[in-house]
Design a protein around this ligand. Structure first.
Ligand SMILES: Cc1ncc(COP(=O)(O)O)c(C=O)c1O
Length: 423
């Protein structure tokens, strides 16, 4: 049972994000752009500041700042492993972002492919988890197969997996939560089907990791991508690479660089400050666990994270239910994604829509005139936009994070009513 101090306090939560206090010409900002990138928690700034002031040096030296960098680098990998549910910090790779990590690993993996092999990619993915595989497949003469989604239910066509995955399948990549539709996918099922033929499995968790706690062991995948700037941290990429795969792959590295993890697969000198900023983002989620999820300071980091996410999910569920319930009174809005308020457990709070016959960019401009930040376009979800026929027109995307409030949802709904006076 929630104790008094465990009750979600949106003022306190928002106080943890310095950017939320910003105003433009006296007008508060309403950030409904979370799927594109979230606001940064204060702990992130503290960690990055500390990194840049106390140990601004490359690792590997004999002097104080360099040795501190070594120490913090090891710490950032250990914290990253706990966050992902990985067994070891040797399964963690930091990079510039998910896109460059995907290109980096696709080059290494493709060396194992032969002409006539097959890979399976999905039509629900951001192009960062599609294009690198397509390019590598073309270079190696490998056949590309596609896992489609149903454009009525917005779910993967799981029924086609058994015909798409064959003994020649070398790689299966899929999406955990769509940055366009919001659907949460049963990636463990896809991974299991791929593992049955020995394929390497890749899961894009860039949009799921801000909303629920990753568990790479439960998913069973070989690679999992996240981008800390989508979960309250700095611009960076944080990936899980299963130990056996990390050991097996011939690294793309400069010759003097160590051949052991975490250095082996690091694409060049990392942003140490971004690694520490990511630690700060993870600490923020753990703080939520202590403050609102019933965790104790002495609980393990994983336990505090689990409690933090549970508390955030409860709040985000309330936001989604409020939003979808209100949307039902606006029939001229076409939502691409699960719309039933009773089914919000199957989606993240990312809502893409056509607003009557209005141009998406004009709707986004109208919101911007009220200092409300929403996205228009198709957000590199290139295949989804193609399937839905909105590559040219784009859609409006409204997305929430745990720092948003019910009042903000109401303000957005009020603008939609303004735009659509007849519903
Ligand atoms: C689902 C998904 N995958 C991958 C990416 C690309 O991530 P990055 O910007 O870190 O390259 C994004 C970015 O929006 C995304 O939403």
């Amino acid at each position: 049972m929630a104790t008094r101090e465990n009750v979600w306090d949106e003022v306190e939560v928002r106080g943890a994000f310095p950017a939320l206090a910003q105003r433009d010409h006296g007008v508060v900002r309403l950030y409904a752009d979370a799927p594109g990138g979230t606001q940064v928690a204060g702990r992130v700034l503290e960690r990055m500041r500390e990194s840049l002031i106390e140990h601004c040096a490359n690792d590997g030296g004999q002097f104080r700042t360099s040795q501190l960098t070594d120490e913090k680098l090891q710490h950032a990998h250990a914290v990253g492993a706990t966050f992902l549910g990985a067994k070891s910090s040797h399964e963690v790779v930091y990079g510039l972002n998910t896109t460059t990590l995907a290109f980096h690993f696709s080059r290494m993996l493709a060396r194992e492919w032969q002409a006539g092999d097959e890979i399976l990619v999905s039509r629900m993915d951001h192009d960062a988890n599609v294009a690198p595989w397509l390019i590598a497949a073309e270079e190696r003469g490998v056949t590309v197969r596609w896992l489609d989604f149903d454009s009525q239910t917005y779910q993967y066509r799981y029924d086609t997996l058994s015909s798409l995955i064959t003994p020649r399948t070398r790689l299966v990549s899929c999406n955990h939560a769509s940055n366009f539709l919001g659907t949460i996918n049963d990636v463990a099922r896809i991974v299991a089907a791929a593992k049955a033929v020995g394929a390497v499995t890749v899961v894009d968790a860039v949009q799921s990791s801000p909303h629920f706690l990753m568990d790479v062991e439960a998913i069973g995948c070989d690679i999992l991508w996240t981008s800390p700037y989508k979960y309250f941290g700095p611009h960076a990429g944080l990936a899980f690479i299963r130990r056996e795969l990390a050991d097996r792959l011939t690294p793309l590295k400069v010759r003097p660089c160590a051949n052991t993890m975490p250095y082996k697969h690091s694409p060049g000198t990392p942003s140490f400050e971004a690694q520490l900023g990511t630690v700060g983002a993870i600490e923020h989620m753990a703080w939520l666990g202590e403050r609102f999820g019933g965790a104790l300071a002495q609980d393990s980091l994983r336990q505090r994270l689990a409690c933090g996410y549970t508390a955030a999910i409860a709040h985000e569920t309330a936001l989604s239910v409020r939003f979808l319930t209100a949307l039902a009174a606006l029939p001229s809005i076409k939502l691409f994604g699960i719309s039933d308020p009773l089914a919000v457990a199957g989606r993240v709070p990312t809502f893409s829509m056509q607003v009557g016959g209005l141009a998406a960019v004009e709707v986004a401009q109208h919101f911007a005139a009220h200092n409300i930040f929403v996205w228009s376009g198709s957000f590199y979800a290139y295949e989804i936009a193609g399937v839905l026929g909105v590559r040219e027109t784009g859609v409006v995307r409204i997305g929430f994070a745990h720092y948003n409030t019910l009042g903000e949802v109401d303000a957005i709904i009020a603008i939609l009513h303004q735009l659509l006076p007849n519903g």
